[in-house]
Design a protein around this ligand. Sequence first.
Ligand code: NAD
Length: 303
Amino acid sequence: MFVYILGAGAMGCVFGAKLSAVGWRVHLIDVNAKQIAAINEAGLQLRTDSGERNYRLPASYAADAKEKADLIIVFTKSLHTSDAIESMKHLIGDRTYVLTLQNGLGNAAKLAACVAKDHILEGVTTVPAELVSPGVVSSHGIGAVQFYPVAKEMPPITKVISSAMESAGIKAATDPEIKAAIWTKVIFNATMNATCALLDTTPGPLGGQEDGVALAKTLIEEGAMVARASGCPIDAAGIHAMAKMSMTQHRDHIPSMLQDLRGGRLTEVDDINGAIVREARAHGVSAPMHETLWRLMRVRERL
Ligand code: NAD
């Protein structure tokens, strides 16, 4: 299997390294010159619970890659999905499949501008990853992948992907309820990520206050209502449990929107809270709490 990892940041590097270790030929694509140079010069350094290992993988801009891929795994932030897949057009052949495991609603639809719908796979992952410095990433703890073809028909590559990920130590499964899994993650992120980013706090202090817990509950219920209205009923109780776990067991985790704000970068809020608001409007309901967070985040991003 020859795979491009599109977006060689924290997640892209973890998946690229792990899949190369089970025999896949992996090429990393990014737009960050420092990241590309560091990986080509010193290798990709991956720190996990079992220690530190160096992986020799090629990294380049999309324009410098030539060979058509069996698979492209998209790991840019969702705000860069459209530009990123556009830059890969010359690497997409008749047999190329594209898998998105990004957060946010609508990544598969963005990919469909450049990829045939029956060659798109969408999913979610709980694999944790952090970029330590150019060329160095860490991933502590375990995680899983759920995915499914957008066109619902199961091409043989789905088995190849699941079994390679399993061999690489990532629990992977196809899931016919993938839309619900994507919505679940979006509602969780819209609740915890955006709130923590706006308050400049980690989940622990938010969960330590009655008002913080009440706010999270209301946001989850509003998100679940929009998911139902858009034809994707989800288990809100499961998201309440995820939020509680985040406020207790992952109390010191810095959510990605907060990391991005602190780093002066735009966040994925348009594809998370913003996407909930767009879905609400499209289905004749309103989501005032998520709309407020979305607009506050957009102002905060540009201050
Ligand atoms: P990241 O910011 O570390 O990496 C994204 C990479 O994409 C960067 O290296 C960036 O330079 C690159 N990029 C931007 N525009 C590009 C383009 N046009 N072409 C090619 N590359 C481009 O982000 P991440 O933490 O790896 O997250 C990737 C996705 O996975 C996001 O949707 C995120 O929400 C999701 N996710 C992250 C985690 C995590 O623990 N980090 C867990 C689950 C899901």
